[in-house]
Design a protein around this ligand. Sequence first.
Ligand SMILES: [Zn+2]
Ligand SMILES: [Zn+2]
Length: 414
Amino acid sequence: MTIKIHRGTDQIGGCVTEYEYGGWHLFLDYGEQLPGVEPSEPVEVEGLTKGDLSKSALLITHYHGDHTGYIHLIPEAVPVYMGEVALKIQKEYSKHLSGVLAKQKKNFERLQKAKTFTPGKVFKFGDFSIIPVTVDHSAFDAYAFKIVAGEMSVFHTGDFRTHGFRGGKLPKVVDKYIGKVDYVVCEGTNVSRQDTCIMTESELQQQFIKQFKQHKGNVVYVSSTNIDRLFSVYQAALRAKRPFYVDAYQKRIMDIATKDPIWGKSELYQYGEYEPVELIYKSGKFEVNEKYKDFVSSQGYVLIARANVKYSELIEQIPGDKMRYLSMWEGYVDSDNPAYNERLVNALGEDYITLHTSGHCDMESLRFLFCQLSPRGIIPIHTNDPEKFEQTFRDEWNVIRLHDGQSVNLVTES
Ligand SMILES: [Zn+2]
Ligand SMILES: [Zn+2]
């Protein structure tokens, strides 16, 4: 088997990885670079975007834009595979944005022909056998894959973490479905922030509960597709006895998780005594009547908001003090960061609280995973500091550093 990293050896967004065996090509992810990174162009890949496509497929680990953003450029001859619930969420997201972003409209159209796989079930593509396993990440229904061809097996981690509500299950999942592998292609997002202590999702939820009890008016800015965080904030609102408000689009996204016959069985994704309340949207704005004002004045509220005019008009009309929360990556509000989002900064104002934790793994958890998988080599991707990754793990493991466009031919142990 050969592994080629087309992009992602020294950057976080826009990774494209290729596995080749016996003339078959399995590609993983085809996304955009993170905002502000130059050049933010899609990468042309032989066998994926051009050339002979007859023995190629694209697997998507999860729906974040840095993994899916350019899938509309994948010719229809190439089958695209995604997790079933992830596909539903991605379609809803792309449809929602298709009026304002032409690219999302095209993505939505391309996704109509996407295929799905089942977690824990082997599926074949040409000479490849693939086992998808769910991982905990800030995108829902996210996957890592065991990819087997000939004598060789590789574990491709995708983006993942172990400090989420479901993260603790990873060792058992690896034990049951993966076992030991020859190589690991591993995400290394947090390698340059290894000294910072990562808060767990459940510790974060406790902080939300505390704040919601303390403040009547609560406005939370969070990604519309960060399902685990949304349900966590929702459960926190229930425990603090605050009504929880979302717009119709956000409710549809949450409904996808809660109505799924498998995921919906987990108490993490169930609605409690009070369901999220849909904001009334009429003639281009959210409706705020006297009854609503009286109700939120007495009961308080938790509102999931977006940084746009419609929301600022809504928030302005709600009486009383409000506490605002940033529950997203802080790069968006850092003026030195290329991802700086002025609209979000304005929506948050001067006085807000950041309540967020990373969607990516800490180094101790990576080390634990490597011990379990016991690979002969580890190839870091999805990191802006591959050198640090190498320094961190080279005493214990064979870290194979590639540059974009380079490949490594995996050979069986003699
Ligand atoms: Zn991600
Ligand atoms: Zn990513």
